[in-house]
Ligand binder design. Structure first.
Ligand SMILES: *[C@@H]1O[C@H](CO)[C@@H](O)[C@H](O)[C@H]1NC(C)=O
Ligand SMILES: *[C@@H]1O[C@H](CO)[C@@H](O)[C@H](O)[C@H]1NC(C)=O
Ligand SMILES: *[C@@H]1O[C@H](CO)[C@@H](O)[C@H](O)[C@H]1NC(C)=O
Length: 326
């Protein structure tokens, strides 16, 4: 081969590789801004038609993104005593028993019902028209995460602790314990069963796309555990991934069998600063992609949700949902 044509081939190969890398880097950033004074979109769920995101915010509402001209509008709320006058725009947890504090969201894609965990009102569900959600289970300390498995309708939730609630967590000197649990709610029997206990700082679980297992993150322990739902290891648990940073929430990725995990990694030189990342892991616990989320530097990120080639990033610290695209 002549030098010049070899050079041309190299150049083409190089461009192809570059194109491949660039198309998967999520380097473009946009904000979906919440209404004035509204903060803490700790979740970002998309419905069956890819509409949304739907976000659970600090003032007790679930808002739905209606596009750039309209922005976010009210979709649902969790407390029967909530008034817009008292609650809209608040982030005062002392009002939580009146206003509600929805935390995590997950759709049943078969029925279009939206399941909600609320720090004060437990597990709730609302239909596709929104409005006041119906409480389906209560008596928890702090339901921090949720995933609905649409095929059976089973709802997997995490109760972060047997001892502390969301208000205790904001007190000075707060130390998380190791009494968190992964629970299953069966909507047919309305029974709650414990699948895994002894969790520390547990966040949002995720069922695999083949429904064989559920992953649960432990923020404090830098660890993800796997609970088997089917197969030879049914009803047993194992460590899935360690040393991945502090994982908050796990969501199924667009690729079958893969997940996006919202993690915070401590900046090496400064233990008080954290660098948030989205990591994509496959069913063998291989990290196949790491995406830095620079616009959330030193903020608490809660969720990385993939939809339509975008990563939606929710954070209890912000007045916006971040969207990373290619
Ligand atoms: C936002 O909060 C400020 C300070 O509490 C208040 O003056 C203002 O009216 C609020 N804006 C809206 C739209 O609620
Ligand atoms: C709503 O307010 C009424 C009247 O104050 C009270 O009896 C009821 O317990 C409240 N409901 C909830 C869910 O807090
Ligand atoms: C996960 O990724 C690794 C590395 O690419 C690969 O060897 C492994 O087969 C993958 N596992 C699954 C379940 O896809």
């Amino acid at each position: 081969m002549k030098t010049s044509s070899k050079f041309l081939v190299d150049l083409i190969v190089w461009f192809l590789l570059l194109g491949n890398v660039l198309s998967n880097e999520y380097t473009t950033f946009n904000k979906l801004v919440l209404p004035p004074n509204v903060t803490g979109p700790a979740s970002a769920a998309l419905d069956r038609g890819g509409k949304g995101p739907y976000v659970a915010v600090a003032d007790g509402r679930i808002l739905k993104w209606q596009g750039p001209t309209t922005g976010f509008l009210d979709f649902a709320y969790t407390s029967p005593n909530r008034t817009k006058k008292l609650c809209d725009g608040t982030n005062d947890l002392k009002l939580g028993a009146i206003c509600g504090r929805p935390v995590a969201l997950s759709f049943n894609y078969k029925t279009s019902d939206l399941y909600i965990t609320d720090a004060f009102f437990g597990l709730l569900v609302v239909g596709f028209n929104g409005g006041l959600a119906t409480q389906v289970s209560s008596g928890f300390k702090y339901l921090s995460g949720i995933d609905v498995e649409s095929y059976t309708g089973n709802v997997y939730v995490v109760d972060a602790s047997l001892t502390y609630n969301i208000r205790d967590m904001t007190q000075p000197g707060f130390k998380p314990d190791s009494t968190g649990r992964l629970l299953k709610y069966d909507p047919r029997t309305q029974r709650v069963t414990t699948l895994l206990s002894g969790l520390s700082g547990a966040g949002g679980p995720s069922v695999s796309s083949d429904r064989k297992y559920v992953l649960v993150p432990e923020y404090v322990n830098n660890k993800i555990q796997r609970h088997w739902l089917q197969g030879p290891k049914k009803d047993t648990n194992e460590v899935f991934l360690t040393d991945c940073g502090n994982p908050k929430n796990i969501k199924r990725a667009a690729n079958d069998g893969e997940f996006w995990v919202a993690v915070e990694k401590q900046v090496q030189e400064s233990p008080t600063l954290s660098e948030p990342h989205g990591i994509r892991v496959n069913g063998s616990a291989t990290v196949v992609q790491t995406v830095p989320l620079p616009h959330f530097f030193n903020m608490a990120i809660d969720v990385v949700q993939e939809s339509n080639d975008a990563l939606y990033v929710g954070s209890s610290d912000t007045g916006f949902v971040g969207v990373y695209t290619n």
